[in-house]
Write a protein that binds this ligand. Structure first.
Ligand code: SAM
Ligand code: SF4
Length: 319
């Protein structure tokens, strides 16, 4: 279905839980967010019904996110139900990867097509500091084990996403680039957005993605993939992608609709508008979703001086 600006809305992102096994400083407060009660969270059936109606309206790609989707009870069931929906051609998950050694095979068997794994630093100590991870001494190694488990389970084109944060990981840009020398990794830098915890961070943390090209000038532009601009160093196996939601808005290409874990639709990540659709079924549900698509705002002028108006942080929307 097209919105009123003629954008084809075919991509649904579902936050399946607000819970997470990490507390990344830019995403979640140290004490976590106030947990939704069990009854507040959409059930597997409700998620499947909403995704099914979205598919009838033209959605063909679904991404499960969170919080950490792999801590959601019933995640395999959710994947299976969504993968079975006629019209859903691609089912993806964004995860911090730390539970992939446990779940990769089951996710693949349940019909998940592709994974994105978030990795903001290659250094174990820094990872622990940034994510407040307390359950592993070497989380970066665990994450790469998860990546390998996913490969063994049959996942291809797994992307590694790093949020670029001034003062935290801009000193590692060349280390990330060098990782693509002998590995066919697809590493993507995403600009830090002023939303949630990060909305109150200092200006020095918000670096434009051009910083990557300044630190690694040998990177050559090789094309575009969705909202990412792709680069590669000559002779290297992997690629570097740059996604710039702050310095180069991609609202004009936005094809997304978001569903929060407690059943609110968000047509724009940064707008404060949320539409509750829980309790609606059949034609009523379809009409509410169609209306939300029709009313999708044209754009949001996100910037350091104009942070997100979203009432929730990224861990509750899913990014
Ligand atoms: N827990 C999973 C993970 O970390 O991949 C999925 C949920 S997380 C909210 C989804 C993505 O949003 C992660 O890649 C995370 O780094 C990113 N994210 C969170 N806050 C952000 C911010 N302020 N700006 C840019 N990306 C952000
Ligand atoms: Fe959890 Fe992902 Fe947010 Fe980190 S970025 S706190 S892993 S939801």
């Amino acid at each position: 279905m097209r919105d009123s600006y003629k954008r084809e809305i075919n991509y649904l992102r579902i936050s399946v839980t607000d819970l997470c096994n990490l507390r990344c400083r830019y995403c979640m407060p140290e004490q976590g967010v106030e947990k939704f009660s069990h009854e507040t969270i959409l059930s597997v059936e409700e998620i499947a019904e909403i995704a099914g109606i979205c598919a009838e309206l033209g959605v063909n790609k679904v991404r499960l996110t969170g919080g950490e989707p792999l801590v959601r009870r019933g995640i395999i069931d959710i994947c299976r139900r969504i993968a079975e929906i006629p019209g859903i051609r691609e089912l993806c998950i964004t995860t911090n990867g730390l539970l992939l050694t446990k779940y990769a095979d089951d996710l693949r068997a349940a019909g998940v097509d592709r994974l994105n794994i978030s990795i903001d630093t290659l250094q174990n100590e820094k990872y622990k500091e940034l994510s407040r991870c307390s359950f592993s001494e070497h989380p970066v190694d665990d994450l790469f084990e998860g990546f390998e488990a996913a490969k063994k389970a049959g996942f291809e084109n797994t992307k590694l996403n790093a949020v670029l944060i001034g003062g935290w990981n801009d000193d590692e840009i060349t280390d990330f680039v060098e990782l693509t020398k002998d590995n066919d990794y697809q590493i993507r830098f995403i600009e830090l957005m002023p939303i949630g915890e990060a909305a109150s961070w200092g200006k020095e943390c918000f670096l434009p993605n051009e910083t990557v090209l300044e630190k690694a000038p040998e990177l050559k532009f090789i094309g575009e993939s969705g909202v990412a601009k792709l680069y590669q160093k000559e002779g290297y196996k992997g690629t570097i992608g740059l996604i710039s939601p702050v310095n180069h808005h991609f609202c004009s290409k936005c094809n997304r609709l978001r569903l929060t874990a407690d059943g609110k639709l968000k047509a724009c990540l940064h707008s404060k508008k949320e539409t509750p659709i829980r309790g609606l079924h059949g034609e009523e549900l379809k009409a509410a979703i169609s209306k939300e698509i029709s009313n999708k705002p044209e754009n949001y002028d996100l910037g350091y001086e104009n942070p997100s108006s979203s009432q929730r942080g990224m861990s509750q929307i899913g990014g």
